[in-house]
Structure formats: C-alpha cells, structure tokens
Design a protein around this ligand. Structure first.
Ligand code: NDP
Length: 308
C-alpha cells in the first residue's frame, strides 16, 4: 500500500518521519522514488498534473493537502477515484484565531483608527456593545461551526447561512436562497466560509453585499473567486460597506497596482488565515487511509456532485 506525496518538501520530510514511525505499513514516496506508477493507491497533492493522474492507473483516493478542493479540475479526475479534503485540527485552530482577530478588529473600529492615525486625528468612536453587534457566517461546515463556537463567549449576536438546515446552540441558522435575505439583513460583519463551487463563485457581489445593513463589513477567508472585486470597491466608495478584511484574492498573489493594495478600508493578508499543520495533518491522513482500508467512510470525502 503506497502513498505518493507531491506537495511542499518540508512538510513531506515531516510526513515521511511520522508515516515511518506510526504507519510503517503505508509506503511513503515522492515522484522521484515512485517506481511503477500503477503501484500507487493513494495520492496526497495540491494540484496534480493531468499527466501524472493518467499514469496512476491503480489510484483509489486523492487526498487534498489543503481544506479546499476548488484547485482540482474534477472533470479530469477518473470517476472511480475518491476525493478527500484535509480536515485536521491545525487548520481549524488557525481559522478560529484569524476570524476572531478580524471580527474583534472590525468590532472595535481598528480600520477607522488606522485611517485616523494616518491623518493625525485623535477621535474616539462610540463603543457598540458586543450584544448589539450582529455577526453572520456564510458556511456552517467544519470551519464555520468552529468559528461560531469561538465567537460565542463575546456575546455577539450570531447567525449563519448554509445550503441545508442546521441547528446550532446560540446561532440563528438560515439556509438556501429563500432565507438568504433575512440572513444578510442581520449581519453587521459578514464572514465568508463557503467552499468555492459553481454555485458560490461570485457570491460576494453587489446583489448580495447590498442586502447587508449600511456600514457593514466583510471578512473573506473563503476564496478570492467568491468576491466580485469591483462590486466591493463601489460599495466601499458609496459607504454602504465600511471595511473589508481579505485573506484571499483572485489571482494570488494580488497583482501589483491592484486598487486593493492602497485602499484605506481594505486590509489584506496573503492567504494565511490557516495553513495545514504538518504533524496533525499527517496523523489525519493516516487515520483516513486506515478508515478506507477498513471499508469505513473517510472524514472529509468530497461529493463530486455538490463540488465540496
Ligand atoms: P465544509 O465543506 O465543512 O463546509 C462548507 C459549508 O458551506 C457547509 O455548511 C455548506 O452547506 C456550505 N455551502 C456550500 N455550498 C453552499 C451554497 N451553495 N450555499 C450555501 N451554503 C453552502 O468546508 P470547511 O468549513 O472545511 O471550509 C470552507 C472553506 O474555507 C474551504 O472550502 C476553503 O475554501 C476555505 N478555507 C480557507 C482557508 C484560508 O486560509 N483562507 C483555509 C482553509 C479553508 P451544508 O452544511 O448545507 O452542506
């Protein structure tokens, strides 16, 4: 039973050690060590080439080394190959830290104070109690749920929106197109944590964002493809939106000269909200291979039909 690894070499070095110590029965190889491609049953990769995939005739499971799977061209994956995204505690912890930090920065007007500092203005802004600040999360999956749980102790008013109905303690949950307006109208801070699919591409557009209350702010930690950039810029210029914290853009890195770089009401980070942590991810992968070998469902298996 052999796993081919084609991603970051430093993480690969750590994974190799953990596989050798904790799962010696699973061969861990890089492309240079692969031998006959037909012997590979598992592939851990970010975006494998069509050429490589065509050689791996014995492939059973493709494991994404990241939480998303939007980088894969699913139409090029053989239909019998199962696709699994990365679910591991490091990714969740990183996202929780980032989103809580971003929510608190917006709640406490850090973007306005940064502008005021540049203009040498010493002007306190009236405090809004957390209970009066409405935070909404698009996407109630692995990460959306963890973020909402971490935000609960601050006493914010919490809501969420997803494709299917969920129930979550202390969170007003909405689902589908029919409940989207009600959700959006109750978000002073909107956090995007849906996967990028055919349905969600461009979801952060004028039609959606203009349904937020005037003065609302956006945190996009999903994917750059969710955002219609020009719509965000216009809504900021019209003061319908007050600020945006963006961890993702399309393309990445953001091109030189892009208007986001210097916009006073946009804060950018270079897709670092959360990163796959080598040790915890290796163990999550080993656990999933063992589930697959035992004929049990794997954690994070992607539905090709839904696209996530
Ligand atoms: P999950 O698959 O666990 O959850 C996805 C959620 O989005 C589900 O609640 C799902 O609804 C909802 N959803 C999907 N499609 C739609 C739709 N069309 N309309 C409404 N809701 C929808 O994903 P994760 O929580 O693990 O990750 C979310 C995304 O976060 C990743 O796909 C990735 O793009 C991004 N990410 C970004 C990182 C960064 O560093 N910036 C790091 C890690 C992830 P339902 O519950 O009904 O199925």
């Amino acid at each position: 039973m052999t796993l081919l690894y084609t991603s970051d070499p430093e993480r690969g070095r750590i994974w190799r050690e953990i596989f050798a110590a904790e799962a010696p029965g699973i061969g861990f190889v890089t492309p240079e060590e692969m031998g006959h491609p037909a012997t590979i049953r598992y592939l851990a990769a970010w975006d494998p080439s069509a050429d490589l995939l065509s050689q791996l005739t014995g492939l059973e499971v493709l494991f994404s080394v990241g939480a998303g799977v939007d980088q894969f061209d699913m139409s090029k994956l053989p239909s019998h190959v199962r696709l699994v995204r990365m679910i591991e505690p490091g990714i969740t912890e990183g996202m929780v830290e980032y989103v809580c930090g971003a929510v608190l920065a917006l709640h406490r007007n850090f973007i306005d104070y940064r502008i005021a500092q540049r203009e040498h203005r010493w002007e306190p802004i009236d405090l809004v109690p957390a209970a009066a600040r409405r935070i909404g999360v698009m996407g109630l999956g692995q990460l959306g749920q963890a973020v909402l749980k971490a935000l609960r102790p601050f006493s914010f008013s919490l809501s969420a929106w997803s494709r299917s109905h969920h129930q979550l303690e202390g969170v007003s949950c909405h689902a589908g197109e029919a409940e989207m307006s009600t959700f959006l109208q109750s978000c002073d801070i909107l956090i995007c944590l849906v996967p990028l699919t055919i349905e969600t591409r461009g979801i952060l557009c004028r039609d959606t964002l203009s349904r937020l209350p005037r003065g609302a702010a956006l945190i996009n930690v999903g994917r750059g493809g969710h955002l219609v950039e020009q719509d965000l810029l216009s809504l900021l210029d019209e003061a319908h939106l007050s600020a945006a914290i963006l961890d993702v853009t399309d393309p990445e890195p953001l091109p030189k000269g892009h208007p986001f770089w210097d916009h006073p009401r946009i804060m950018l980070t270079p897709h670092i909200a959360s990163v796959t942590r080598a040790d915890t991810a290796a163990r999550a992968l080993i656990a999933n291979i063992r589930r697959h070998e035992a004929g049990e469902p794997m954690e994070g298996e992607v539905s090709r039909k839904r696209g996530y």
